[in-house]
Write a protein that binds this ligand. Structure first.
Ligand code: BG6
Length: 489
């Protein structure tokens, strides 16, 4: 095995994701000596480029955590020597045969494992899979394919995509990526729950009043409107990133940490959820806003967005898990672009202390101040627990404070990018953090009826100004369940 080679093919090598995430992640892994001894990287795309031009592109766009190190330069040269470029069409068998030939030259007769990272739009996806699997798969080792979302737009298109994929690949060759699963604090969720006695017993309707999954970005679609308008925020963020976090948060204890055991539990919890209806959501779209002399565009000002588009750039939703652990507990999701900050967090609001002495006797005004556990996925990773305590002094006044695990203060090592972990796992054949096809089906089953209804009834999103906290409707939605969004303080 140690003598085997891995050829990593980045299909769509000149695209944004490849430049911003895939090459930098591969370099970080190389820098940390995590890649196998024998590996080569092959960029593949339609544009004409030489190896030297690809290397130049990779080194220039290398915005990863290793960036500022002095020793980077030498490692970078070693890394770039292993990068090659092959120009070809995504649906040309002939071009993939040529790629195969090139890879063979570098593999030098060793056992050759091949990892294809498909970083290309969905309409050319299956063509590329067909060509790669028929003309460029490994003859004597494994062949794996990493696929990026969108995996379809709804249940039917996703099922059709899976069916086509399975004409060419076995399920165990398909690595469906959801990069949120590779984020450090998302991975830590299970550690927090299952290795701390103090949390797991509280993890149910008995003690938890509501759970909030919040995603916000402080920029709009900026040039990505063409892609985005076809999907909208519910498909872009909720159906995958936030729902995956929810599944990990709410699943039952898996039999082991094995990939199948974990994914079995995730599927079960997803299948226990109630499909959403119009009543459970609020959608929004940002409009232009001028602040401090700078004016920020509306979503529909984006040249790549069709005029009059009703695509939501914001959504808030209430979800329910109809099982014995979570019966009646609202899971509130909120996701939006062009908001006032960039953040992803999980907030767990606990129930009131029954018969709280301090509220009764002191009128502390803290009656709403229940405990809250916050897992800040990004930026500035942290886990903190809001507790009530006495203000020091002779009197008796209560205050709220945080028990805080602040990653930057606790650890000096930087946190790896999600793509690093996921690429490493795909190379190692570890499937724990990838989406199984039944999980995907369950996720679409939850959102498809709602998405259809929104589109058929042409529901108009509520406007919110660029850079604001989103539409007011989100507050009403939460208030209906007696909840206040925790991120609003
Ligand atoms: C992607 C979405 O999956 O995630 C983007 O398509 C979004 O719209 C991105 O910006 C956010 O990822 P991160 O890691 O920057 O939070």
């Amino acid at each position: 095995e140690n003598d085997a080679t891995v050829s990593i093919v980045v299909v769509g090598a000149s695209g944004d994701l490849a430049k911003k995430k895939i090459f930098p992640a591969l370099f970080s892994l190389f820098y940390e000596d995590c890649l196998p001894e024998h590996f080569t990287i092959h960029g593949y795309a339609r544009s004409k480029m030489t190896d030297a031009e690809l290397r130049n592109m990779v080194s220039e766009t290398l915005t990863c955590r290793i960036d500022k190190r002095v020793s980077r330069v030498e490692k970078m040269d070693q890394f770039l020597k292993r990068c090659f470029y092959h120009s070809g069409q995504y649906d040309s068998m002939q071009n993939f045969v040529e790629l195969d030939r090139k890879m063979k030259q570098h593999e030098g007769g060793r056992v050759s494992n091949r990892l294809f990272y498909l970083s290309i739009p969905p309409n050319i996806f299956i063509d590329a899979v067909r060509c790669a699997s028929m003309s460029a798969s490994s003859g004597n080792g494994w062949t794996r394919v990493i696929v990026e979302k969108p995996f379809g737009r709804d249940s039917e298109s996703s099922a059709a995509l899976t069916k086509s994929l399975k004409q060419y690949l076995e399920e165990d060759q398909i690595f469906r990526i959801d990069h949120y699963l590779g984020k450090e604090l998302v991975e830590n969720l299970s550690v927090l729950r299952f290795s701390n006695l103090i949390f797991e017993p509280l993890w149910s309707r008995q003690y938890i009043r509501n759970v909030q999954l919040i995603f916000s970005e402080d920029f709009g679609t900026e040039g990505r409107g063409g892609y985005f308008d076809n999907y909208g925020i519910i498909r872009d963020i909720m159906q995958n990133h936030l729902l995956q976090i929810l599944a990990l948060f709410a699943m039952e204890t898996p039999v082991s940490l094995d990939a199948e055991d974990i994914r079995n539990e995730k599927v079960k919890v997803l299948r226990s959820m109630r499909p959403l209806t119009l009543d459970d959501v609020v959608i929004g779209q940002y409009k232009s806003h001028t602040k401090g002399g700078t004016s920020f565009p509306a979503y529909t000002d984006d040249k790549t967005v069709p005029k009059g588009s009703l695509t939501p750039t914001f959504a808030a939703a209430a979800l329910f898990i109809d099982n014995s652990r979570w019966d009646g507990v609202p899971f509130l999701m909120k996701a939006g672009k062009a908001l006032h900050n960039k953040r992803a967090e999980i907030r767990v609001q606990f129930r009131h202390v029954p018969g709280n002495l301090y509220n009764r006797n002191l009128g502390t005004g803290l009656d709403r101040a229940t405990n809250e556990l916050v897992i800040r996925v990004q930026p500035d990773e942290a886990i903190y627990l809001k507790i009530n305590n006495k203000v020091p002094g002779l009197g008796m006044r209560l205050d709220r404070s945080n028990l805080n695990l602040h990653y930057a203060a606790r650890y000096s090592k930087e946190i790896p990018d999600a793509y690093e972990r996921l690429l490493l796992d795909a190379i190692g054949g570890e499937r724990r953090l990838f989406i199984r096809s039944d999980e995907l089906d369950a996720a679409w089953a939850l959102f498809t009826p709602l998405l259809k209804e929104l589109e058929e009834k042409k529901i108009t999103p509520e406007c919110y100004p660029y850079g604001s906290r989103g539409p007011i409707g989100a507050h009403y939605l939460a208030a209906r369940y007696n909840v206040r969004w925790g991120d609003l303080g």
